[in-house]
Write a protein that binds this ligand. Structure first.
Ligand SMILES: Cc1cc2nc3c(=O)[nH]c(=O)nc-3n(C[C@H](O)[C@H](O)[C@H](O)COP(=O)(O)OP(=O)(O)OC[C@H]3O[C@@H](n4cnc5c(N)ncnc54)[C@H](O)[C@@H]3O)c2cc1C
Length: 450
């Protein structure tokens, strides 16, 4: 048979595909040939005239954006913007209460810095006074990871485990699908939609132009406060160490010389045998500034390349290799909300009790006592129906060190999701949610509140 005689069905059969392909599932292909490509049915093109919105104009040296209506693509109860640690738990927690949830993410996967940034070590789920503060969704995720191949590399009950980014991406797909969340990937949220001082959703930028998602409650989990800044919430901008994480392989094949000092750049273990992740602090910089980010992306990759070559040149380490540099640069802290309550390190050290406690924080490596997280650190001072969670939670700089690591981000996310859902059920604003009801819901979701 000549390749041009192949029908679509023959072509699919040749790839070992059945109905799945027609149902929108992907096809795994090996070495495709030109014949394969030419026999593939071609989709008809549609005449088109650019994006739905008119172009910007240059007027007297200024770029002017013409006013035009923005298509409204969805209306939802809770809109979560940013699918990192905090955003995923916010969306799952809200959806589990039965409200309609939309989750917007600028990239094509969930997990934020955990997956895209290759930040693989889970910190702060333990403390000296309480063996396990990270319960609720935190514990559920750790338990599920524990059962997955290459999910965790050690028992989280007695130490800080590392995860694998791909396993974690998959777990997020599983949990978000189970919770029936409307997903908007490849969508960059631009602006808050405001009705006076009330947030009513956000505009997302997509390949089809800007689109509006209207919501009763919005949660900004972009990590960088993109939406609370646009909404006009009081906040601070901080410069911080910006690094780039990478992974190296072949470490299990190393044959170091007897008594040799451990070489630089070996990093720490991961659930994949022989693969280590290598963290980097990096210079202080403004993680919102595109020029800073571009420069660091370039410099960090040069530095990583050099370091890996040095490692390969160390006797016994010639079989190590660079697996990957993180697709997402490691921005630790940028915009931080100035919330109704601003958390302080002194409060944490004194173990201050809050009337609106929504979670208990741990120690990075379980080395100090626990501390309380108040709901009011997620709530803006003057804007309604908009919350934040994760690394942008209201905290003084030293306290951000405790709140910004993975477990507290999961915890603040879960609390924000529950609070947003409750506000809808109670017909009130996020700021006026009854704490007694929030506490009850968090306990039902197995969160530890002391
Ligand atoms: C280099 C580095 C090392 C670290 N090491 C550790 C460690 O060892 N252990 C630990 O526990 N913690 C560590 N941390 C801290 C921790 O990883 C992060 O603070 C935490 O994961 C942040 O979670 P988040 O959800 O608040 O933010 P992010 O993970 O940043 O999530 C924000 C999400 O929002 C998306 N987003 C952003 N803007 C928009 C927008 N406008 N529209 C749509 N989507 C948007 C992003 O793509 C991302 O998915 C480290 C951080 C860095 C940078």
């Amino acid at each position: 048979m000549n390749y041009s005689d192949l029908t679509r069905r023959d072509w699919m059969k040749s790839l070992g595909l059945g109905v799945g392909f027609a149902a929108g599932l992907g096809a795994f292909v090996g070495n495709e040939t030109l014949a394969d490509l030419r026999s593939r049915p071609a989709a008809a093109g549609t005449p088109a005239k650019g994006l739905a919105t008119p172009p910007c104009r240059l007027e007297n040296g200024n770029v002017v954006r013409p006013q035009s209506p923005i298509p409204n693509i969805a209306e939802t109860d809770v809109l979560v913007i940013g699918g990192g640690a905090a955003g995923t738990t916010a969306a799952i927690a809200a959806a589990r209460t039965g409200v309609k949830v939309a989750l917007v993410e600028r990239y094509g996967y969930f997990g934020g810095l955990i997956t895209g940034g290759l930040v693989l070590k889970i910190l702060s789920h333990r403390s000296t006074d309480i063996p396990l503060v990270g319960r609720g969704l935190t514990q559920e995720m750790l338990d599920r990871l524990e059962k997955m191949p290459h999910g965790l590399n050690r028992d989280y009950r007695i130490g800080e485990p590392e995860v694998d980014a791909e396993v974690f991406k998959y777990l997020m797909v599983e949990m978000i699908s189970e919770a029936n969340i409307d997903v908007y990937l490849h969508s960059w949220a631009l602006d808050a939609i405001m009705d006076g001082n009330v947030c009513r959703g956000a505009i997302i930028q997509t390949k089809m132009g800007p689109q509006a998602i209207l919501a009763k409650q919005t949660i900004d989990t972009t990590g960088d406060g993109d939406i609370f800044a646009s909404a006009g919430c009081e906040h601070e901008i901080r410069v911080y160490g910006i690094g780039l994480v990478h992974r190296i392989g072949g470490v299990d094949q190393a044959t170091p010389e007897k008594d040799a000092k451990k070489p630089r750049g070996l990093g720490a273990g991961t659930p994949i045998p022989g693969v280590q992740w290598v963290n980097m602090w990096g210079p202080d910089g403004d993680g919102l500034d595109v020029k800073t980010l571009s420069k660091l992306e370039m410099n960090h990759r040069k530095q990583i390349w050099k370091q890996v070559q040095e490692l390969r040149g160390t006797p016994g380490y010639d079989k190590t290799w660079l697996v990957e540099t993180a697709p997402q640069i490691g921005v630790r802290v940028t915009r931080v909300l100035s919330g109704i309550h601003n958390m302080t390190l002194a409060d944490a050290e004194k173990k201050r009790k809050f009337d609106d406690c929504i979670g208990i924080g741990g120690a990075w490596n379980g080395e100090h006592d626990s501390w309380q997280i108040p709901y009011s650190a997620l709530v803006p001072k003057a804007i309604d129906n908009l919350l934040t969670a994760g690394r942008s939670t209201s905290a003084e700089p030293k306290m951000s060190e405790l709140i910004r690591v993975i477990t507290p981000c999961w915890q603040t996310g879960q609390a924000a999701g529950c609070a947003a859902a409750l506000a809808i059920k109670q017909g009130t604003t996020a700021r006026n949610v009854s704490y007694a009801a929030l506490r009850k819901l968090l306990l039902e979701q197995k969160v530890f509140l002391g």
